[in-house]
Design a binder for this molecule. Structure first.
Ligand code: JB3
Length: 209
């Protein structure tokens, strides 16, 4: 059986651990953090400097468990560290999530409890589809994007890479959200949002460039 390293031991890691424990597909799980973050019987077994050695000692898989709210630099850095070392990078999909048969999800993505991803949708690598998010049919979610708890993307929405869609946001069908943009919690997005901006409200408006 495989052994999994979780990179980052904070709040996001707690959500991912609960999903992994229900999946029961790893012989061993360890947390990588510079402080003791042991949780639900999963121990902290080293720092980023130990990952290469742990790989050589038989730890096969790694998954990024630091979250991101608007800035994905840390997730990028840690993800490229495990890619470069050659660890296998799974997707972690909570068993309560519902995913249509033809959905394509790139590696390193977390899908949380009761999230729904409907037919024809595509999810990029190292994305987070958090608790209860709804990704309706034929959506595209870019790499490293975070769709927060309870957010809804109606059909054919496009979310760019590194974008953050806050908790409870509703995005109207066919709307595009640009790369690196952040949509504040509770917003209702009815028009395209350019890249590299912060926007919020109902209707959602630009607040920062
Ligand atoms: O919004 C939701 C539902 N979840 C948020 C999530 C997406 O993002 C959550 O509420 C948090 O705001 C945030 O969770 P995250 O990233 O787990 O944040 P925090 O609880 O602050 O924990 C970050 C952990 O990453 C800490 O234990 C840090 O020590 C660790 N960390 C920071 N830098 C690192 C590094 N760990 C490693 N291995 N390497 C690093 O460079």
């Amino acid at each position: 059986m495989k052994k999994l390293l979780l990179i980052g031991g904070g709040g996001h890691c707690h959500s991912v651990i609960d999903s992994i424990l229900m999946l029961n597909s790893y012989e061993k799980i360890g947390i990588i953090d510079d402080k003791d973050c042991s949780f639900l019987g999963i121990s902290t077994i080293g720092t980023d400097y130990d990952v290469s050695r742990l790989f050589q000692e038989g730890w096969t898989d790694a998954f990024i468990t630091v979250g991101s709210i608007g800035n994905t630099d840390l997730r990028h850095r840690l993800y490229h560290m495990i890619v470069d070392l050659g660890l296998a990078i799974p997707n972690i999909v909570d068993p309560t999530a519902t995913i249509a048969k033809d959905v394509k999800i790139q590696q390193g993505t977390y899908v949380g409890k009761k999230a729904v991803i409907n037919a024809g949708s595509k999810i990029g690598e190292c994305a987070v589809i958090n608790t209860g998010a709804i990704i309706e049919h034929d959506c595209m979610v870019g790499p490293f994007a975070h769709i927060s708890p309870g957010a809804t993307l109606c059909g054919q929405v496009h979310v760019g890479e590194n974008a953050h869609v806050g908790a409870g946001v509703v995005v109207k069908q066919l709307v595009k959200i640009g790369d690196h943009s952040l949509i504040g919690a509770g917003s209702v997005v009815v028009k395209d949002i350019p890249k590299n901006i912060v926007a919020y409200g109902n209707p959602c408006r630009l607040v920062e460039q």
